[in-house]
Design a protein around this ligand. Structure first.
Ligand code: ADP
Ligand code: MG
Length: 245
Protein backbone atom coordinates (compact mmCIF):
# COMPACT_ATOMS: atom_id res chain seq x y z
CA UNK A 1 0.00 0.00 0.00
CA UNK A 2 1.58 3.21 -1.21
CA UNK A 3 0.63 6.73 -0.29
CA UNK A 4 2.44 8.85 -2.86
CA UNK A 5 6.12 8.18 -2.24
CA UNK A 6 5.54 6.36 1.05
CA UNK A 7 5.28 2.59 1.05
CA UNK A 8 3.15 2.01 4.14
CA UNK A 9 2.76 -1.77 3.82
CA UNK A 10 5.07 -3.89 1.70
CA UNK A 11 5.15 -7.65 1.27
CA UNK A 12 3.40 -8.42 4.53
CA UNK A 13 2.21 -11.79 3.27
CA UNK A 14 0.55 -14.11 5.75
CA UNK A 15 -2.26 -16.60 6.01
CA UNK A 16 -4.44 -17.36 8.97
CA UNK A 17 -6.44 -20.51 9.63
CA UNK A 18 -9.93 -20.70 11.12
CA UNK A 19 -9.77 -20.32 14.86
CA UNK A 20 -6.22 -18.94 14.90
CA UNK A 21 -5.01 -15.73 16.53
CA UNK A 22 -2.33 -13.59 14.94
CA UNK A 23 -0.73 -10.80 16.97
CA UNK A 24 0.76 -7.96 14.95
CA UNK A 25 3.34 -5.83 16.69
CA UNK A 26 5.71 -3.09 15.55
CA UNK A 27 6.61 0.51 16.36
CA UNK A 28 4.31 3.48 15.71
CA UNK A 29 3.94 4.18 12.02
CA UNK A 30 5.03 0.66 11.05
CA UNK A 31 1.92 0.12 8.91
CA UNK A 32 -0.21 -2.01 11.24
CA UNK A 33 -3.44 -0.02 10.99
CA UNK A 34 -2.90 0.40 7.25
CA UNK A 35 -2.80 -3.40 6.99
CA UNK A 36 -6.27 -3.53 8.60
CA UNK A 37 -7.47 -0.78 6.29
CA UNK A 38 -6.32 -2.78 3.28
CA UNK A 39 -7.96 -5.99 4.52
CA UNK A 40 -11.26 -4.26 5.29
CA UNK A 41 -11.55 -2.27 2.07
CA UNK A 42 -10.94 1.15 3.58
CA UNK A 43 -7.97 1.40 1.20
CA UNK A 44 -7.52 -0.34 -2.12
CA UNK A 45 -3.95 -1.64 -2.15
CA UNK A 46 -1.66 -0.45 -4.93
CA UNK A 47 -0.42 -4.06 -5.34
CA UNK A 48 -1.06 -7.49 -3.91
CA UNK A 49 -4.17 -9.45 -3.08
CA UNK A 50 -6.39 -10.13 -0.10
CA UNK A 51 -8.16 -13.49 -0.07
CA UNK A 52 -10.79 -14.42 2.48
CA UNK A 53 -12.68 -17.70 2.78
CA UNK A 54 -11.71 -18.73 -0.72
CA UNK A 55 -12.63 -15.48 -2.48
CA UNK A 56 -10.46 -12.59 -3.51
CA UNK A 57 -11.69 -9.45 -1.77
CA UNK A 58 -8.93 -7.03 -2.75
CA UNK A 59 -10.30 -3.50 -2.76
CA UNK A 60 -13.92 -4.61 -2.23
CA UNK A 61 -16.03 -1.97 -0.52
CA UNK A 62 -16.11 -2.06 3.27
CA UNK A 63 -19.79 -3.11 3.51
CA UNK A 64 -19.10 -6.10 1.27
CA UNK A 65 -16.15 -7.13 3.41
CA UNK A 66 -18.32 -6.98 6.56
CA UNK A 67 -21.02 -9.06 4.86
CA UNK A 68 -18.43 -11.69 4.05
CA UNK A 69 -17.57 -11.99 7.73
CA UNK A 70 -14.74 -9.61 8.61
CA UNK A 71 -15.38 -7.16 11.44
CA UNK A 72 -12.99 -4.72 13.08
CA UNK A 73 -12.47 -2.15 15.73
CA UNK A 74 -10.58 1.07 15.14
CA UNK A 75 -7.51 2.35 16.96
CA UNK A 76 -9.41 5.52 17.80
CA UNK A 77 -12.99 4.84 18.72
CA UNK A 78 -15.63 5.29 16.02
CA UNK A 79 -18.71 4.96 18.16
CA UNK A 80 -21.82 7.07 17.66
CA UNK A 81 -21.41 9.17 20.79
CA UNK A 82 -24.96 10.53 20.87
CA UNK A 83 -26.58 7.13 20.45
CA UNK A 84 -27.10 4.72 23.31
CA UNK A 85 -24.72 1.88 24.03
CA UNK A 86 -27.44 -0.57 22.95
CA UNK A 87 -28.10 1.24 19.67
CA UNK A 88 -24.39 1.21 18.85
CA UNK A 89 -24.44 -2.59 19.05
CA UNK A 90 -27.66 -2.84 17.03
CA UNK A 91 -26.05 -0.76 14.28
CA UNK A 92 -23.37 -3.44 14.04
CA UNK A 93 -26.08 -5.95 13.12
CA UNK A 94 -27.43 -4.25 10.05
CA UNK A 95 -25.63 -6.61 7.68
CA UNK A 96 -27.31 -9.59 9.32
CA UNK A 97 -30.86 -8.29 9.47
CA UNK A 98 -33.33 -8.26 6.60
CA UNK A 99 -35.67 -5.62 7.86
CA UNK A 100 -35.49 -2.42 5.88
CA UNK A 101 -37.68 0.64 5.52
CA UNK A 102 -40.13 -1.19 3.25
CA UNK A 103 -40.50 -4.03 5.72
CA UNK A 104 -41.24 -1.58 8.48
CA UNK A 105 -44.06 -0.17 6.32
CA UNK A 106 -45.52 -3.33 4.81
CA UNK A 107 -44.60 -6.07 7.27
CA UNK A 108 -44.75 -4.21 10.57
CA UNK A 109 -45.31 -7.32 12.66
CA UNK A 110 -42.34 -9.20 11.18
CA UNK A 111 -40.25 -6.08 11.42
CA UNK A 112 -41.14 -5.66 15.07
CA UNK A 113 -40.30 -9.29 15.84
CA UNK A 114 -36.96 -8.95 14.13
CA UNK A 115 -36.21 -5.76 16.05
CA UNK A 116 -37.01 -7.48 19.34
CA UNK A 117 -34.62 -10.28 18.40
CA UNK A 118 -31.93 -7.70 17.62
CA UNK A 119 -32.36 -6.03 20.98
CA UNK A 120 -32.14 -9.38 22.76
CA UNK A 121 -29.00 -10.31 20.87
CA UNK A 122 -27.39 -6.92 21.52
CA UNK A 123 -28.18 -7.20 25.21
CA UNK A 124 -26.63 -10.67 25.31
CA UNK A 125 -23.43 -9.29 23.74
CA UNK A 126 -23.32 -6.49 26.32
CA UNK A 127 -23.82 -8.98 29.16
CA UNK A 128 -21.17 -11.39 27.89
CA UNK A 129 -18.16 -9.08 27.92
CA UNK A 130 -16.21 -7.77 30.90
CA UNK A 131 -17.35 -4.57 32.59
CA UNK A 132 -20.94 -3.48 33.12
CA UNK A 133 -21.95 -2.34 29.65
CA UNK A 134 -25.33 -4.00 30.02
CA UNK A 135 -26.15 -1.83 33.03
CA UNK A 136 -25.08 1.19 31.00
CA UNK A 137 -27.01 0.17 27.88
CA UNK A 138 -29.24 3.25 27.75
CA UNK A 139 -26.42 5.75 28.31
CA UNK A 140 -25.00 7.62 25.33
CA UNK A 141 -21.83 5.89 24.13
CA UNK A 142 -20.03 9.22 24.37
CA UNK A 143 -20.46 9.19 28.16
CA UNK A 144 -18.59 5.89 28.65
CA UNK A 145 -15.20 5.58 30.28
CA UNK A 146 -12.33 4.71 27.94
CA UNK A 147 -12.19 0.99 28.75
CA UNK A 148 -15.95 0.68 28.24
CA UNK A 149 -15.70 2.40 24.86
CA UNK A 150 -13.12 -0.20 23.79
CA UNK A 151 -15.39 -3.00 25.02
CA UNK A 152 -18.36 -1.52 23.20
CA UNK A 153 -16.37 -1.37 19.96
CA UNK A 154 -15.74 -5.10 20.29
CA UNK A 155 -19.40 -5.85 21.07
CA UNK A 156 -20.44 -3.88 18.01
CA UNK A 157 -17.95 -5.73 15.81
CA UNK A 158 -19.26 -9.07 17.13
CA UNK A 159 -22.82 -8.05 16.32
CA UNK A 160 -22.08 -8.68 12.63
CA UNK A 161 -21.24 -12.33 13.49
CA UNK A 162 -17.76 -12.24 12.00
CA UNK A 163 -15.56 -15.15 11.01
CA UNK A 164 -12.54 -12.89 11.34
CA UNK A 165 -12.25 -10.22 14.02
CA UNK A 166 -9.64 -7.47 13.67
CA UNK A 167 -8.79 -5.59 16.86
CA UNK A 168 -6.66 -2.46 16.51
CA UNK A 169 -4.94 -1.81 19.85
CA UNK A 170 -7.93 -2.85 21.96
CA UNK A 171 -6.07 -2.37 25.24
CA UNK A 172 -5.24 1.31 24.68
CA UNK A 173 -6.46 3.29 27.67
CA UNK A 174 -6.98 0.19 29.81
CA UNK A 175 -5.27 -0.40 33.14
CA UNK A 176 -3.76 -3.79 34.02
CA UNK A 177 -6.97 -5.22 35.48
CA UNK A 178 -8.98 -4.11 32.46
CA UNK A 179 -6.33 -5.51 30.13
CA UNK A 180 -6.48 -8.89 31.87
CA UNK A 181 -10.27 -8.81 31.50
CA UNK A 182 -9.81 -8.06 27.78
CA UNK A 183 -7.58 -11.12 27.45
CA UNK A 184 -10.24 -13.19 29.23
CA UNK A 185 -12.89 -11.80 26.87
CA UNK A 186 -10.90 -12.82 23.79
CA UNK A 187 -10.26 -16.27 25.27
CA UNK A 188 -13.96 -16.74 25.96
CA UNK A 189 -14.87 -15.68 22.42
CA UNK A 190 -12.58 -18.34 21.04
CA UNK A 191 -14.04 -21.03 23.28
CA UNK A 192 -17.59 -20.05 22.32
CA UNK A 193 -16.72 -19.86 18.64
CA UNK A 194 -13.78 -22.15 17.87
CA UNK A 195 -13.78 -21.12 14.20
CA UNK A 196 -13.40 -17.41 14.89
CA UNK A 197 -10.04 -16.11 13.69
CA UNK A 198 -8.60 -12.99 15.35
CA UNK A 199 -5.91 -10.54 14.31
CA UNK A 200 -4.75 -8.38 17.14
CA UNK A 201 -2.64 -5.25 16.79
CA UNK A 202 -1.09 -4.73 20.19
CA UNK A 203 1.45 -2.59 21.98
CA UNK A 204 0.86 -4.20 25.34
CA UNK A 205 3.07 -7.27 25.58
CA UNK A 206 0.82 -8.65 28.35
CA UNK A 207 -1.81 -9.23 25.68
CA UNK A 208 0.60 -10.59 23.05
CA UNK A 209 2.03 -12.97 25.62
CA UNK A 210 -1.46 -14.35 26.23
CA UNK A 211 -1.74 -15.37 22.54
CA UNK A 212 1.85 -16.38 21.91
CA UNK A 213 1.65 -18.88 19.05
CA UNK A 214 1.46 -16.62 16.07
CA UNK A 215 3.21 -13.24 16.20
CA UNK A 216 4.34 -11.00 13.37
CA UNK A 217 6.46 -7.87 13.76
CA UNK A 218 6.43 -5.20 11.10
CA UNK A 219 8.66 -2.16 10.80
CA UNK A 220 8.63 0.49 8.06
CA UNK A 221 5.83 -1.46 6.39
CA UNK A 222 7.73 -4.74 6.08
CA UNK A 223 7.59 -7.96 8.02
CA UNK A 224 10.81 -8.29 10.01
CA UNK A 225 10.01 -11.35 12.13
CA UNK A 226 7.30 -13.96 12.64
CA UNK A 227 6.77 -17.03 14.75
CA UNK A 228 6.04 -17.63 18.39
CA UNK A 229 6.17 -14.73 20.82
CA UNK A 230 9.42 -16.10 22.27
CA UNK A 231 11.03 -16.28 18.81
CA UNK A 232 9.91 -12.81 17.77
CA UNK A 233 10.80 -11.16 21.07
CA UNK A 234 14.35 -12.46 20.98
CA UNK A 235 14.93 -11.49 17.34
CA UNK A 236 17.66 -8.80 17.19
CA UNK A 237 15.83 -6.90 14.41
CA UNK A 238 12.73 -6.67 16.57
CA UNK A 239 14.70 -5.41 19.54
CA UNK A 240 16.42 -2.86 17.33
CA UNK A 241 13.10 -1.71 15.84
CA UNK A 242 11.75 -0.98 19.31
CA UNK A 243 14.93 0.42 20.86
CA UNK A 244 15.75 2.55 17.86
CA UNK A 245 12.62 4.69 18.28
P1 ADP B 1 0.74 1.98 12.72
O1 ADP B 1 -0.69 1.60 12.82
O2 ADP B 1 1.66 0.80 12.63
O3 ADP B 1 1.17 2.91 13.81
P2 ADP B 1 -0.12 3.23 10.26
O4 ADP B 1 -0.57 2.06 9.47
O5 ADP B 1 -1.16 4.08 10.88
O6 ADP B 1 0.96 2.77 11.35
O7 ADP B 1 0.75 4.17 9.31
C1 ADP B 1 1.81 3.67 8.51
C2 ADP B 1 2.38 4.78 7.67
O8 ADP B 1 1.44 5.11 6.65
C3 ADP B 1 2.65 6.03 8.46
O9 ADP B 1 3.81 6.64 7.95
C4 ADP B 1 1.42 6.87 8.16
O10 ADP B 1 1.72 8.25 8.25
C5 ADP B 1 1.11 6.48 6.72
N1 ADP B 1 -0.30 6.62 6.39
C6 ADP B 1 -1.33 5.92 6.92
N2 ADP B 1 -2.49 6.26 6.35
C7 ADP B 1 -2.18 7.22 5.43
C8 ADP B 1 -2.95 7.98 4.48
N3 ADP B 1 -4.28 7.83 4.38
N4 ADP B 1 -2.30 8.87 3.70
C9 ADP B 1 -0.96 9.02 3.79
N5 ADP B 1 -0.17 8.33 4.64
C10 ADP B 1 -0.77 7.44 5.45
MG1 MG C 1 -2.08 2.02 14.18
Amino acid sequence: MRFGGLVAVNNVGFSLAKGAVLSVIGPNGAGKSTLFNVITGVYKPTAGTVTFAGAEITGKPAYDVVERGIARTFQSSRLFGDLSVLDNVIIGMHTRTRTGVLDALFRPAASKREMAACVAKAEALLKAGSGDLYDQRYRPAGALAQADRRRLEIARALASEPKLLLLDEPSVGMDETETDALVADIRRLRVENPELAVILIEHDMRVVEAFPDNVMCIDYGSKIAEGSFATVRSDPRVQEAYLGK
